[in-house]
Write a protein that binds this ligand. Structure first.
Ligand SMILES: Nc1ncnc2c1ncn2[C@@H]1O[C@H](COP(=O)(O)OP(=O)(O)O)[C@@H](O)[C@H]1O
Ligand SMILES: [Mg+2]
Length: 501
């Protein structure tokens, strides 16, 4: 078995320093927890060890000897297997193929031995069969599986490598109790065999149930390692926040003093649906209301239901004081709502189409137009695009020629040609660079100042603290805490988010 060390690992993406100093040590036969707030650099550290990201500096040692990990194959050759947070499955392949294929040499170089494939996969499927739920079998194509079932397949795929070093980057975020418990049973067996396991999770109950040691990472730096038996959840949260962050008000811009008397543009009462329940809040003109908490606690689901993507089954939505039933995005748009997601692949740009077409569809919908003169559209589009400092060569340029940050500006600009009353932002800065983020938030702030009501869900805590006037912390599909005024601190945000659900 093997002992893994990482020394001084560093990685920057342009001006974003994802990891500034990663030091980490994994012994044989231990589960070593890595914990840090969203965006603190955990996945980057894992990817460096997995060979999918090349560090700018630092070294990785196995059993004390420096090794070169110049790609995923090299990592596997060194006995390192990784569960990727964003999953690494082939959607059109079956469960068995995803688990067994990477481990099987092709027969005669081309053909796969189907019987062996099944046998390899079955060994891992059987461990989880009774907790995997309906519709799960060796022959199911991954594209037909639910999110939790996909996570189970990624777990099985990682286990099937039988690697001495196993890295699990948020493997349990979609799993239910019984699935997590089964996974932990397996981890305990692996530990007993002397494997070294890195485990990332935000759930304190899980960390204390399975961990031997814990390393805290803050703003790209690994700041402390402790024995689980000698620490507790509040000590860990304090290390995540850091001394200066503990009592200080939120870093970044101070919240704008939203006028108390401002008109309420959006009022949601008792909203419930798939993945959330009993959500109530109000947004005033000029206000930026933040949604915080761990990933997948209902934040996106609430925004998407308000926008009519998957309408809520309970509760009421009032826009500018009037109750509305919104059954589709089209109705939402006609009622003055706008929605921007960070998932540009799913909700954003129309690939291969010119920029002008990408900025205009909302204008058509709101005005029920079927014909618009391109000349007048160009004029209308120019203002929001230049406010966003969008860099593009011409309106006829295909949108996918632009960087992610510039694509996102196009997506936002198309909502601004006709001003909505309420802008719903669903993790809008995912994967865009620092400068583009700064441009976006400057624009969002000025839109608020002009009277728009804004709801901002961000998966990066620093972004929320810097931009939201109030923060609603989501936990298990409901708002567990509201942070405003002097309560809007880093410590309180982490505390509310990381308490065991
Ligand atoms: N490919 C990338 N391009 C640009 N920025 C990135 C990329 N990957 C990560 N980042 C940024 O690096 C920081 C750390 O990200 P990550 O390691 O994914 O954090 P964590 O896993 O702790 O949430 C974040 O600010 C993130 O936005
Ligand atoms: Mg991550």
């Amino acid at each position: 078995m093997a002992h893994l060390s990482i020394r001084g690992a560093r990685k920057a993406y342009g001006a974003t320093i994802a990891l500034s100093r990663g030091d980490f040590d994994l012994k044989e036969g231990e589960v070593h927890v890595l914990i840090g707030s969203n965006g603190s650099g955990k996945s980057t550290l894992c990817k460096i060890v997995a060979g999918s990201v090349r560090p700018d500096a630092g070294e990785v040692l196995i059993n004390g000897k420096p090794v070169s990990i110049d790609g995923p194959r090299a990592a596997r050759g060194l006995g390192i297997a990784t569960f990727y947070q964003e999953l690494s499955l082939a959607a059109h392949r079956t469960v068995a193929e995803n688990i067994g294929l990477p481990e099987l040499p092709a027969k005669g170089g081309i053909f796969v031995d189907r019987d062996r494939l099944k046998a390899v996969a079955e060994r891992y499927i059987s461990r989880f069969a009774d907790v995997a739920g309906k519709g799960f079998s060796a022959d199911t194509r991954v594209e037909h599986l639910r999110e939790d079932q996909r996570q189970l397949v990624e777990i099985m795929k990682t286990l099937a490598t039988e690697a001495p070093i196993l890295i699990f980057d948020e493997p349990t975020s979609s799993l239910d109790r019984s699935q997590v418990e089964r996974f932990f049973d397996v981890l305990r067996e692996l530990k007993a065999q002397g494997r070294g396991i890195v485990f990332i999770s935000h759930r304190m109950d899980e960390i204390f149930a399975i961990g031997d040691r814990v390393t805290v990472i803050r703003d790209g730096e690994t700041v402390a390692t402790s024995l689980i038996s000698q620490t507790d959840p509040s000590a860990i949260i304090r290390q995540m926040v850091g001394e200066q962050g503990e009592l200080a008000a939120a870093d970044g811009a101070p919240p704008a003093a939203a006028a108390e008397s401002s008109e309420t543009v959006l009022a949601v009462t008792g909203l419930g649906g798939r993945g959330f329940a009993n959500v109530s809040f109000e947004v005033g003109r000029g206000e930026i209301v933040g949604f915080g908490g761990l990933h997948g606690q209902g934040q996106s689901a609430v925004l998407r239901s308000i926008f009519g993507v998957s309408p809520a089954s309970q509760g009421t939505i009032r826009l500018k004081g009037e109750e509305r039933t919104i059954r589709s995005p089209r109705e939402a748009i006609r009622n003055g709502l706008a929605y921007v997601s960070g998932d540009r692949g799913r909700d954003g740009v129309v690939h291969g189409r010119p920029i002008l077409e990408n900025v205009t569809p909302i204008h058509f919908l709101r005005n029920k137009l079927s014909v618009v003169r391109p000349g007048s559209l160009r004029e209308r589009a120019a203002k929001p695009l230049s406010a966003l400092k969008t860099r593009f060569a011409g309106y006829d340029q295909p949108v996918n020629a632009l960087s992610g940050g510039n694509q996102q500006k196009i997506v936002i600009a198309r909502w601004l040609i006709d001003r909505p009353d309420v802008l719903l932002l669903d993790d809008p800065t995912k994967g865009i660079d620092l400068q583009a983020k700064a441009d976006l938030f400057a624009l969002i702030r000025s839109l608020a100042a002009e009277g728009m009501g804004i709801v901002l869900y961000s998966s990066e805590d620093a972004e929320l603290l810097a931009n939201a006037d109030r923060i609603l912390v989501f936990n298990g599909g409901s708002v567990s805490r509201e942070l405003k005024g002097a309560d809007r601190t880093r410590y309180n945000l982490y505390h509310a988010a990381y308490e065991a659900a």
